[in-house]
Design a protein around this ligand. Structure first.
Ligand SMILES: Cc1cc2nc3c(=O)[nH]c(=O)nc-3n(C[C@H](O)[C@H](O)[C@H](O)COP(=O)(O)OP(=O)(O)OC[C@H]3O[C@@H](n4cnc5c(N)ncnc54)[C@H](O)[C@@H]3O)c2cc1C
Length: 418
């Protein structure tokens, strides 16, 4: 029996009807072109794929949100069928298999009055997100998702399976939580859940002429906030297309995203200065169940091609705000989406068990992303912004390095050494 016959899940080759579907994902800029796709059904399939590969290059894909280096030849292990999930309300944890997306955990945890440390898009894969740290809806209150992992099952390149915890292999356990891409194929994890069922949150939308003023106000406002309040501002050239709210279509606007894990009345008091500072196009702040937390961000749900990079900043100098608007605002050479995340709070504190998430001294994170029409032009525009931010930059956030044109930076994500 050949190794492909020993695998329980299907194995696809180029030309098979399912090959394109199985290799595709959220990122459409470039494709994996493996010689084999192993559609793994469990850890044993992952083991057999790794041993069967016998030295050929191997890549792993859950959803394709973070695909960075496309595979040419070799074996792609597709984990999308590995969707096992068990919630343990007593331990406030969930055991998840490698193909589980956040939406599945959000729904299952809510039945027990719990929430995961998920991010803006529930379709993102849990494992890929946590391997890079995981900056979520409740980030300033609870820290990175990688700070709340108690065990990881991983298959090494030779196919050997290991159950990794803080006690039996502290070094590997540390690296897998925050610098884990490229350190083997994770087959399962036990992740922490938190007792959150409701939030006060949503978005404040501000029209283009008021964006510079809003950014100044946001900087002052974030100087003194409780950890329960996690927020960011996105500057977005909204496309004129279906799916975008009518009011925002074709418009350049800022979208302030608020998630407050506390009483609504307190949340309202905290956001009052922001609400009053500039005219608002739209205000969706309200109490909402955690299960609707994705509505705070409204990330695009359709697959597309994108590239992007980021800078974690020790402070938000006024020059930075001016540079963001000048270099990546409405007049940028290619349309750029800029996101400014307020860091600090629990993100700045070391976790109970040390991990590899870096740059905890960052007070803000600036992310820049472009839909890729002209990748080289986007790369140049993003590079100019990074250069301008360099004096304040303490490092890069691994989860927000997207795309082939940034392979020099993103390559570090693969080797786990950024
Ligand atoms: C729309 C969108 C919203 C996002 N929001 C957030 C956010 O709020 N917070 C945040 O921190 N990040 C966010 N991200 C970034 C995201 O967490 C990373 O891109 C992450 O790597 C995606 O993982 P995935 O499994 O979904 O994607 P995939 O492309 O399937 O995987 C990404 C990489 O992870 C590795 N990987 C995946 N599964 C395994 C495995 N089982 N074993 C070993 N390696 C594996 C592989 O190297 C793979 O190349 C977002 C990305 C997008 C596109």
């Amino acid at each position: 029996m050949t190794w492909t016959q020993q695998v329980q899940g299907p194995v696809f080759r180029p030309g098979d009807r399912e090959f394109d579907e199985e290799t595709s994902g959220f990122q459409t800029a470039y494709k994996h072109r493996p010689a084999y796709v192993v559609a793994a059904t469990g850890a044993d399939d992952v083991r057999k794929a790794l041993t069967g590969a016998g030295g050929l290059p191997v890549a792993v894909q859950a959803t394709g949100h973070g695909r960075t280096v496309p595979l040419d030849g070799g074996v792609l292990i597709s984990t999308r069928r590995m969707t096992g999930l068990r919630v343990d309300p007593g331990r406030r944890s969930a055991w998840i298999e490698a193909g589980v997306r956040w939406q599945q955990v959000i729904t299952a945890a809510a039945e027990h009055g719990l929430a995961p440390l998920s991010g803006s898009a529930p379709e993102v894969g849990v494992v890929g997100y946590i391997l890079g740290g995981g900056l979520g809806v409740l980030a300033r209150r609870y820290g990175y998702a990688a700070d709340h992992v108690s065990s990881i099952d991983v298959a090494a390149a030779d196919g050997s399976l290991r159950h990794v915890t803080a006690d039996d292999d502290p070094d590997l356990f540390r690296e897998l939580r925050g610098a884990g891409h490229g350190l083997g194929v994770v087959t399962a994890m036990e992740i922490g859940l938190v007792p959150v069922t409701r939030l006060y949150g949503g978005g404040l939308y501000v029209d283009s002429p008021h964006v510079p003023e809003l950014l100044e106000v946001y900087r002052d406002w974030t100087a003194d906030l409780p950890d329960e309040l996690t927020s960011s501002v996105a500057l977005i050239p909204y496309p004129d297309m279906a799916g975008v709210p009518e009011l925002l279509r074709g418009r350049y606007a800022a979208h302030v995203r608020i998630a407050f894990a506390g009483p609504t009345a307190q949340g309202e008091r905290l956001v009052a200065p922001l609400r009053a500072a500039v005219p608002l196009l739209r205000d969706t702040l309200a109490e909402l169940p955690f299960t609707q937390s994705a509505s705070i961000y409204n990330d695009p749900a359709w697959p597309h091609s994108y590239g992007g990079t980021n800078a974690m900043l020790r402070e938000l100098d006024p020059t930075v705000l001016r540079d963001i608007v000048e270099l990546a605002g409405p007049g940028a050479p290619v349309p750029c989406i800029v996101q400014l995340n307020h860091m600090g709070g629990a993100l700045a504190r070391p976790p109970a068990v040390p991990n590899a998430v870096g740059h905890r001294d960052a007070a803000y994170l600036v992310r820049v992303l472009s839909v890729l029409g002209d990748p080289a032009a986007a790369s140049r525009a993003h590079g100019r912004l990074l250069d301008a931010l360099a004096p304040w930059t303490v490092g890069r956030s691994r989860n927000f390095l997207f795309g082939q044109p940034w392979a020099d930076q993103a390559g570090a994500v693969v080797s786990g050494t950024a």
